[in-house]
Design a protein around this ligand. Structure first.
Ligand SMILES: *[C@@H]1O[C@H](CO)[C@@H](O)[C@H](O)[C@H]1NC(C)=O
Ligand SMILES: *[C@@H]1O[C@H](CO)[C@@H](O)[C@H](O)[C@H]1NC(C)=O
Length: 279
């Protein structure tokens, strides 16, 4: 009896699935206007010492040799038009926010540069990390003078010591890596201590466990919606098939017919009634 109706609930289910897929994808697809330029630092450290050489690169689909980049420092235009902006020896005033844009792109991400004047600096790419990111700490000396007996500290506890200078690398950070960091080292016979850098690790990246849970929840939601759609569909289509219902519908039709007749011409009231009584 329900045979001929089977293909249509399937179509309903697949259109429900399609809509869910579209709703999930919508935020990813939504992008208007030109793409943003991408501003990166080279070397990647956001914090540097006075006298360091820093290059800012603006990537934005421009034709090579056609330098039309625009640079902003603290919101003011810099008179540089190359897609690569090198500051040979940074000074304190070079600190601040940088942005760039090319002819083909919208304004880039904002990159912060912090220049300080010190003997030693613990360099990091940024102060905020997402769980799962890799993190590199670099104990950097003024003018890259020889540095030895280097120790890295996290929340005042020594992490690692080596005679020769080295970078401290965490391949995958988690929340336990948040906190304050500094390093110590010797330049000649004098021991130096860097300023403290505070790192925050945010639990953002999905762990495999979370992915499994989210997939399960999504599957249950989709199944529920599909089942509801199927139930709704069957409930609204099935009754028309039972013979009793067909009979009742015919009675209702003749009743409305007789009512119509009644209002039209009172003389034919009798014939209308006869149709009803036949049933
Ligand atoms: C830019 O702003 C930073 C602080 O945000 C400041 O230290 C620096 O001197 C400013 N530089 C210029 C050129 O405005
Ligand atoms: C955090 O990462 C360290 C390794 O860097 C690991 O030993 C530790 O178990 C991790 N902690 C959690 C809670 O994932």
């Amino acid at each position: 009896m329900a045979g001929p109706w089977v293909p249509q609930p399937v179509t309903t289910t697949s259109s429900v699935l399609l809509w869910i897929a579209l709703l999930c994808l919508a935020p990813a697809i939504r992008s208007n206007g030109p793409p943003r330029a991408v501003l990166t630092l080279e070397p990647p450290w956001f914090n540097v010492l006075r006298g360091d050489n820093v290059t800012l690169n603006c990537e934005g689909f421009q034709t090579p040799g056609h330098d039309s980049s625009e640079w902003l420092h603290n919101g003011s235009t810099v008179h540089i038009h190359q897609d690569s902006y090198t500051i040979p020896a940074v000074n304190i005033e070079d600190s601040g926010e940088y942005q760039c844009r090319t002819e083909q792109t919208a304004l880039s991400n904002s990159v912060k540069l912090q220049v300080s004047s010190d003997w030693l600096l613990l360099q990091v790419e940024r102060l905020e990390f997402m769980e799962g990111d890799s993190m590199i700490l670099r104990c950097h000396s003024w003018r890259s003078k020889p540095l030895h007996k280097v120790t890295y500290y996290h929340n005042d506890q020594a992490l690692k010591y080596e005679y020769k200078n080295f970078d401290y690398i965490v391949p995958q950070v988690n929340y336990t890596h948040s906190g304050s960091y500094y390093c110590t080292g010797f330049m000649g016979h004098i021991s130096h201590l860097s300023a403290t850098v505070v790192i925050t690790v945010q639990g953002g990246k999905l762990s495999s466990v979370n992915v499994v849970i989210i997939t399960l929840v999504l599957a249950v939601v989709i199944a529920t919606i599909a089942a509801a759609a199927l139930y709704y569909y069957k409930r609204h289509k099935k009754p028309a098939h039972t013979p009793d219902e067909i009979g009742r519908i015919e009675v209702e039709n003749s009743m409305s017919y007789s009512l119509l007749k009644h209002t039209d011409s009172p003389e034919e009231e009798a014939s209308g009634h006869s149709v009803y009584q036949n049933r």
